[in-house]
Write a protein that binds this ligand. Structure first.
Ligand code: ADP
Ligand code: MG
Length: 159
């Protein structure tokens, strides 16, 4: 697990860009944090780094958006989701179980029991003073541990 602090939206976008440069197909990335923490901003920057040209917005009513970048990117937002069953209805598990492309999930912590066992968790917390954010990146399970280590040195070197 590693932690960093950003002091502006641009710095968070830059962190997401670095993640985008290292992320591999087949990765599931879960974003946690309150409303306005910066989850969508993170996904926008990540998607643009992966070659997505159109608009990237939170999929509120349809629960999932798909973008075409260098690989497909499946963007879920579970904010409005009320029951676990709805996940089945939208085919959530088909996307997350052995993903082709990259899967990003906002508000994954609403239904932790439905998330794949192996995942990357990005947690964004507001600090007391306005634009600061504490961001942690962690691997749940073994699969992404190496990725998190690599990312940590990459972010450190890119500073
Ligand atoms: P979420 O998807 O978590 O609800 P958004 O990404 O939609 O949040 O919005 C985050 C808001 O917080 C944006 O308006 C952004 O400009 C602002 N913001 C201020 N400081 C930061 C920061 N350090 N990192 C990310 N966003 C920030
Ligand atoms: Mg959002």
């Amino acid at each position: 697990m590693f932690t960093c602090t950003t002091n502006s939206p641009e710095e968070t976008a830059h962190l997401a860009e670095l993640v985008g440069q290292k992320i591999r197909e087949g990765t599931v990335l879960c974003l946690e944090g309150d409303l306005g923490a910066g989850k969508t901003l993170f996904v926008q920057s990540l998607a643009h780094t992966l070659g997505v040209e159109g608009e990237v917005t939170s999929p509120t009513f349809n629960l999932m958006n798909v973008y075409e970048g260098i690989c497909p990117i499946y963007h879920f937002d579970l904010y409005r989701l009320e029951t676990e069953e709805e996940l089945e209805d939208i085919g959530f598990y088909e996307y997350t179980e052995d993903p082709e492309g990259i899967v990003v999930i906002e508000w994954s912590d609403k239904f932790p029991q439905c998330m794949p066992e192996e995942r990357v968790v990005v947690r964004i917390e507001k600090s007391d003073d306005g634009d600061g954010r504490h961001i942690t990146l962690a691997s749940v399970g073994e699969r992404y541990q190496e990725f998190i280590k690599e990312l940590e040195s990459f972010v450190y070197l890119s500073h």
